[in-house]
Design a protein around this ligand. Sequence first.
Ligand SMILES: NC(=O)C1=CN([C@@H]2O[C@H](COP(=O)(O)OP(=O)(O)OC[C@H]3O[C@@H](n4cnc5c(N)ncnc54)[C@H](OP(=O)(O)O)[C@@H]3O)[C@@H](O)[C@H]2O)C=CC1
Ligand SMILES: CCCCCCCCCCCCCCCC(=O)[C@@H](N)CO
Length: 327
Amino acid sequence: MAALSILGLLAVLFVPLSLLVALFFLARPRSTKVPIKGRHVFITGGSSGIGLALACRAAAQGARVSILARSIEKLEEARKFIRLSTGVDVAIYSSDVRDFEDVSRAINEADPIDILICNQGVFFPQELDTQEMKEVSFMIDVNLVGTFHLIKAALPRMKSRPDRRPASIALMSSQAGQVGIYGYTAYSASKFGLRGLGEALQQEVIADDIHVSLIFPPDTETPGLEEENKRKPELTKIIASSSAAVKAEEVAEKTLNGIKCGRFIVACNFDGIMLSIATAGLSPQSSFIMAFFEVMLAGFMRLLALCFQWSWYGTIEQWQAHKHRIH
Ligand SMILES: NC(=O)C1=CN([C@@H]2O[C@H](COP(=O)(O)OP(=O)(O)OC[C@H]3O[C@@H](n4cnc5c(N)ncnc54)[C@H](OP(=O)(O)O)[C@@H]3O)[C@@H](O)[C@H]2O)C=CC1
Ligand SMILES: CCCCCCCCCCCCCCCC(=O)[C@@H](N)CO
């Protein structure tokens, strides 16, 4: 009897266990460790919010840190803040990521980069129908084209870095870069763009032992979010609140941990993990455990995703009906 039930248990476990073993050999790129201590971490948008939290955390973990942003005043304030909270001095570079020459000058002035974190970003939520093209282009230029400029400027010296240990390029996307959200047409497009860039780039730089990470935070408490909330359409607020807001320090922690494990997709809260499984698509996956969950939960996550869309479309319908009534 006991032997039979053990046999039954083995039969039930056979499929998941053999899947785990298969994924252990299948998962690519191979899992790796990207050390931070003593290495040069270059963070754009490092003078505020998530970038500033990242700079503090990397400095506290013994990295050599540089931060880049436009405003020299904000950069100097950030440098003081980081010195006070960690005792570490960071290098600051004032430049605009939209200007390739300007960014190249800053990056070539700095030491060779081991870990490049493209975190700069701007966000102006509004319905496309009424949004000026000027704002649309601004978001695409800073968030997407700016990231191309950074990578183009940094890559040659990253590839020939004297430090032959694994290196990293991390791109700060957003959950709005995994699913399109009302009010975020331009912003979502810029953040989805980073994913295409990242997936293709990872194949190109794997031979140089450079590991790409895409970070997908939900709403995060930062000066940027505070400004954004002043003009956010009500529907954007409601739909975005489907994922719980987090603090900049939590995003910084998840980001650095993700980079250190060479993880391609980095989620920042529980909803984020679900969203990442639901949108895994053809992205690379170095963790066979995560690959296992992606395979096992794919169907269920699609169902859950459809439930979310059902609820969002319900909210939009109600909102429009309400608007018609008061007009
Ligand atoms: N806060 C949130 O809710 C979420 C944010 N994100 C993403 O995280 C990243 C950081 O956001 P957050 O910390 O909130 O933003 P903040 O507005 O607080 O900080 C933005 C940083 O980017 C810099 N920056 C902006 N434009 C440029 C530019 N053209 N060239 C160089 N630097 C620039 C800013 O400095 P300066 O103005 O001086 O140039 C500042 O240091 C962004 O990419 C954002 O899209 C993702 C999900 C949620
Ligand atoms: C199948 C499982 C689904 C799980 C839940 C999905 C929830 C999606 C919510 C998306 C929120 C987007 C926030 C964007 C924040 C941002 O980038 C702006 N604040 C600008 O900075």
